[in-house]
Design a protein around this ligand. Sequence first.
Ligand SMILES: *[C@@H]1O[C@H](CO)[C@@H](O)[C@H](O)[C@H]1NC(C)=O
Ligand SMILES: *[C@@H]1O[C@H](CO)[C@@H](O)[C@H](O)[C@H]1NC(C)=O
Ligand SMILES: *[C@@H]1O[C@H](CO)[C@@H](O)[C@H](O)[C@H]1NC(C)=O
Ligand SMILES: *[C@@H]1O[C@H](CO)[C@@H](O)[C@H](O)[C@H]1NC(C)=O
Ligand SMILES: *[C@@H]1O[C@H](CO)[C@@H](O)[C@H](O)[C@H]1NC(C)=O
Ligand SMILES: *[C@@H]1O[C@H](CO)[C@@H](O)[C@H](O)[C@H]1NC(C)=O
Ligand SMILES: *[C@@H]1O[C@H](CO)[C@@H](O)[C@H](O)[C@H]1NC(C)=O
Ligand SMILES: *[C@@H]1O[C@H](CO)[C@@H](O)[C@H](O)[C@H]1NC(C)=O
Ligand SMILES: *[C@@H]1O[C@H](CO)[C@@H](O)[C@H](O)[C@H]1NC(C)=O
Ligand SMILES: [Cu+2]
Length: 784
Amino acid sequence: MRPEPLIFALGLLDTARATAANRTKWTYSDWKAGAIFKRQSGAAACPVPQDVSVTAPKGTPFVPLSQPELDSIVEWLGSSSLGLNLSDPSSPTLAMSDNYISHIEILKPNKTDVTSYLSGDSNSVPRYARVVINEGAASVPGVVQYYVGPLPISDSTTMRPLDYFYNGPNGPKVLYSGGLFDAPRQRAVEAIVATTMASIADITLNLTGLAYYGSDDNRTNAEYFVQNPYSTDGTTGVTWLPWRRRAPNPWDQPSDLYVSFGIAGTDASLYRLRMIVYNLVVYNSTDDFRAAWSAGEITKTPNPTTNDSFLDKDRTGPVRDLEDRFAPTVFNLDGNRYRVDNDNKYLTYMGWSFYTRFDKDVGIQFYDIRFKGESVLYELSLQDALVQYAGNNPFQTGTAYSDRFYGIGAQAVRPIPGYDCPYHATYWNATFNDGTSLRTIDRAICIFETDLGTPLTRHNVYGQWEQSTKGSKLVVRMIATLGNYDYLWDYGFAVDGSLAVDARASGYVQANYYRPDDAGRWGPRIGETISGTMHTHVMNFKADFDLVDPRNSFRRTDLVVENVTQPWYPERGVFETMRYDIGDIASEASGLLDLPPNGQSMYTVVNKDRPNAWGEPRGYRIVPGLSNVYLPSRNSPFFLRSGEHAKQAFAVSRQHDTEPASTAALSGNVPEAPLVEFWDFFADDESLDQEDLVVWANLGMHHFVRAEDLPNTLAAEAHASLLFAPQNWGDGGENTRDLANAVIYRADDTNGAGVVVPETNGVEAPACLLLGADDELLGVFEDQ
Ligand SMILES: *[C@@H]1O[C@H](CO)[C@@H](O)[C@H](O)[C@H]1NC(C)=O
Ligand SMILES: *[C@@H]1O[C@H](CO)[C@@H](O)[C@H](O)[C@H]1NC(C)=O
Ligand SMILES: *[C@@H]1O[C@H](CO)[C@@H](O)[C@H](O)[C@H]1NC(C)=O
Ligand SMILES: *[C@@H]1O[C@H](CO)[C@@H](O)[C@H](O)[C@H]1NC(C)=O
Ligand SMILES: *[C@@H]1O[C@H](CO)[C@@H](O)[C@H](O)[C@H]1NC(C)=O
Ligand SMILES: *[C@@H]1O[C@H](CO)[C@@H](O)[C@H](O)[C@H]1NC(C)=O
Ligand SMILES: *[C@@H]1O[C@H](CO)[C@@H](O)[C@H](O)[C@H]1NC(C)=O
Ligand SMILES: *[C@@H]1O[C@H](CO)[C@@H](O)[C@H](O)[C@H]1NC(C)=O
Ligand SMILES: *[C@@H]1O[C@H](CO)[C@@H](O)[C@H](O)[C@H]1NC(C)=O
Ligand SMILES: [Cu+2]
């Protein structure tokens, strides 16, 4: 039998809400008499909260290019006077050796321009386009980035290399072989792969049960994946393809076969087979492979299982006791407590306010984050999500993903209401530039307020008073599916002025072919023919703090243990105790920071010119959360220079319009010649003393893959986090004394019956929420 539906169950939500007058006022004697145990039939249902609007103080400075703007830029770039010799990127015969536009988007504006606009010193932010052009016809082919503007197109519009964004060895250019993997290159790779694999289909069928004749051929039952990175510095092009059973979830159906191709340059006729590896034996050609097979020299290993039911997510097994009931969830019973400006993607909540921006590379970003009107951060933005694998085979060993390359924002998905985000969440469309289009992902961002699950503060002074303050935060969530993995990013703005970043992963792990001889050194066996694959996820975030104003310092407080004598402890002689060593990170040469062992250092950003009432610099603490990991290997060739931002827990550098990001999408395949060389930000050793600082923070996970990763990784455990919390920020202590969702009982504040009446600041559970006897506030205090 199903339980009686909850009073706020979905079907009832649009029923009119009861007014306060309908609410029954329960008393302590009603409770004693048992009168409030019963569910009231006919009680009003809670309403669906409506979005409460606000108008941003300024129109958003972050507007993507409109379709007419995009069209005008395409037309302008195509004008013969520029001599770009552009081919139509939508042409089915587009060649690698053509020049064509790959991507146009609004250029991320300089901080200087945005802050001057937001502060009212200027009326607008100059609009420029970032243009990515495949220059296949150039004498040194490559992918080159330009900025075009000012917009709209006029006589003063120019096109200039985007060199001020990129400090790498080739400036804004990635040499061709490490560049795009778009339709012309895919066609070229597919042609050589199909020809090669068809010529050995009888062998692959015999050894793995898989055959490949081309993606459209009906004899094909296998598929491959082009490993990243496929270049070193853009002059080479090498990739290893793992062979997997063609299925909806190929990631977990690998065979023991790997094939490598040389894919350098714009001339497809030069693409060729390099090596075949089967059962860990290397063959240099199809002839060698066939000769060995014909001679019976190849030891066959088991085919990938054809029974992939272990990857199904359909429910199976008996339903658990009471699990036919609807699981607990988060509701705003009394209406939303945040305000949104949908047009400007601006939001206010409990003292917080911020603008947001969305782009193809990384999705949602936050700007001009203020708490109680004061500036906390100019920018908080994801920079990239890296994954580095290892394994006893050429594919996993050489796999190093930079998911920004695939477009983290472009892969955002609409969350499933009630599951991915609570019912009644607010949704924002993501509108951004992709290719030469203005694209919208419907409801890609969800916004909701949630109970922290614990009180923010509480205390009990026996017989005198007792208090509790509710903990709440606003969450802005984005989910993106990047191939096998789904990432969930939460940005949480709590009522105490703290700001949390939480990252979670789920989806299909990229499994290894199971080889007993590996003895679990790259992961345990997790299926008939697969084992887990060790790998590390690192997500880099940019936190451009402007605490009160942009002039801040980075303070390190070390907890040191030392031997001392103290005159009041003569009997102890020399003994060990603790104190702080307090020092500021003076300059960028010391700006790369590890996670302190045993948490014995505290990192804070402070504004030394803005002390609090006690003369302490006002600040925000960088509180390590779960799993603030970075890449274990510093010298792996696959992230050699492209992964520098992911090789320490934290870094602090001086803000510059010329250092807007720690990495770039197109660095993904050029580990030896990235567009951004992160460590070069620190080479000029600039002062960090009361300057405009940027903190670059990493979090992620050393993913120790296990049986519980199947069918899908548990997001609850694949979780990393980071918190920014006020540190000597407010003169009034912990920033929550003004909250009305707090209760206090005072022994001398009683009603006629002598029962202590709590002060609830006029905030009460709405009438539609029926309370049980144990929920009654009266009587709690007396029971002590
Ligand atoms: C609540 O009160 C209003 C007027 O105060 C009345 O119209 C309405 O019927 C009442 N609803 C219930 C469920 O008693
Ligand atoms: C223009 O590009 C084509 C390839 O798309 C190339 O064949 C041709 O030589 C180029 N023309 C000039 C003038 O560079
Ligand atoms: C593979 O080929 C060998 C040699 O022709 C043959 O003995 C064997 O049965 C084949 N195995 C399968 C699974 O087809
Ligand atoms: C596969 O394609 C070929 C040629 O297009 C066709 O003759 C054949 O019937 C197809 N086989 C199957 C199983 O669909
Ligand atoms: C394959 O080529 C490498 C050099 O590229 C060589 O060292 C190796 O001996 C060759 N293997 C075979 C089986 O011919
Ligand atoms: C496939 O595997 C599942 C267990 O994962 C098993 O219950 C099922 O019987 C298998 N199906 C076949 C056809 O072997
Ligand atoms: C969101 O996008 C969808 C699909 O493009 C569109 O129908 C809808 O009007 C948009 N909503 C808003 C609030 O802009
Ligand atoms: C304190 O002195 C003891 C005894 O000499 C020594 O073992 C210990 O390492 C010292 N502790 C520190 C923090 O120097
Ligand atoms: C942004 O700032 C840099 C550095 O000052 C400057 O070179 C560049 O031209 C500015 N960009 C725009 C679009 O004004
Ligand atoms: Cu993982």
